[in-house]
Design a protein around this ligand. Structure first.
Ligand code: ASP
Length: 326
């Protein structure tokens, strides 16, 4: 009785494995959904849509970008963690994946247990901006104005754990001033309000901001990198203007739900790497001062190792700052 039960279990497991392999071999035979955790029109959305078309071409199926917004990206991460692990749901997120465990007291996913890791994607600097008619024209004027009018100045972000939130916190702590922060569901809608003059300041990735700055639609006060941006060489860094050590560069990763078959992950990884070599993509990323990570980072291990290191790095910083969401 015991032996026959064991044999039945073994046969069932073998059948499931063969079925899984057959599924993986035929992958993909329908469109793939790439979930992103912020609203349309923002920098994460820009990166996702830039990759979706060439990835779809390599995979022979459309890659559809789905914006699942809210709670600094954690709603989307929870949704992907619970999705069927068959490769038809993938996830593009930025470094918020590493800050969420320290920021959120209740998190319904574990970045280190609930996902498979496809690879790192792109590194993107940020810029500190104001609405076009903001009274200050450069960083010294901004600092003087903000210090004298701190109750009047508003600073937008894309929610707790968004990089715009972290950059804003870094800015406020480096000048010793607390401003009124205004959360959005992505910096797409935050930028719309900055353009409309409803909010004063925003720190945001160059994948969204370079065209706005070049067109003079917003005022830029500095780049968050230690080197000036190739796309905007006339814009000084915040560091060189006296905010010493002010450095934020946003890394991105691509994930799939835990237990997605390795063969499927490999196919998605190959499509990701091919997309990052597509001349249209490389040119566009370079025009937006964004960098493609080294080849060893565009791998499952490269992403997982980086994510672990970033969780270790941000945990103590966030706990020390005492910032939490319930
Ligand atoms: N830039 C955003 C952030 O602050 C998110 C977005 O891509 O809309 O995290």
């Amino acid at each position: 009785m015991k032996t026959s039960l064991l044999r039945a279990v073994a046969l069932a497991a073998g059948a499931a494995c063969t079925w899984g392999m057959a599924q993986a071999q035929g992958f993909p035979d329908k469109p793939i959904t790439m979930v992103i955790p912020f609203a349309a029109g923002g920098p994460t959305d820009v990166v996702a849509r830039m990759l979706a078309i060439p990835m779809g071409k390599s995979l022979g199926q459309s890659v559809i970008v789905e914006n699942t917004v809210g709670a600094g990206g954690t709603i989307a991460a929870t949704k992907v963690a619970r999705a069927t692990p068959n490769g038809y749901t993938i996830f593009l997120h930025h470094m918020g994946m590493s800050t969420a465990p320290a920021l959120y007291r209740k998190l319904n996913f574990d970045p280190l247990k609930d996902f498979e890791y496809i690879g790192q994607v792109v590194d993107v600097p940020m810029t500190l901006l104001a609405r076009k008619d903001f009274p200050a024209n450069n960083l010294p004027e901004l600092l003087a104005y903000v210090k004298a009018n701190k109750d009047k100045v508003s600073l937008a972000n894309a929610g707790l754990g968004a990089v715009s939130h972290l950059c804003g916190l870094l800015f406020m702590s480096s000048i010793g001033v607390d401003l009124t922060t205004v959360p959005y569901k992505g910096t797409g809608p935050a930028m719309n309000d900055l353009l409309g003059g409803q909010v004063d300041l925003l720190c945001d990735q160059t994948t969204q901001t370079v065209p706005m700055i070049k067109d003079g639609r917003v005022k830029a006060f500095g780049a968050t990198t230690l080197q000036r941006l190739s796309a905007l060489p006339q814009l000084p860094t915040l560091d060189e203007q006296g905010l010493k050590g002010f450095e934020v560069k946003v890394w991105h990763g691509m994930y799939a739900p835990k237990s997605t078959p390795t063969e499927v992950l490999n196919k998605i990884n190959a499509a990701l790497r091919a997309a990052l070599q597509d001349p249209l993509v490389t040119q566009r990323l370079s025009d937006l001062s964004s960098e493609i990570p080294a080849a060893d980072k565009l791998t499952s291990l490269g992403l997982k190792t980086h994510l672990e290191a970033e969780i270790q790095k941000w945990g103590p910083v966030i706990r020390k700052a005492g910032i939490y969401a319930d």
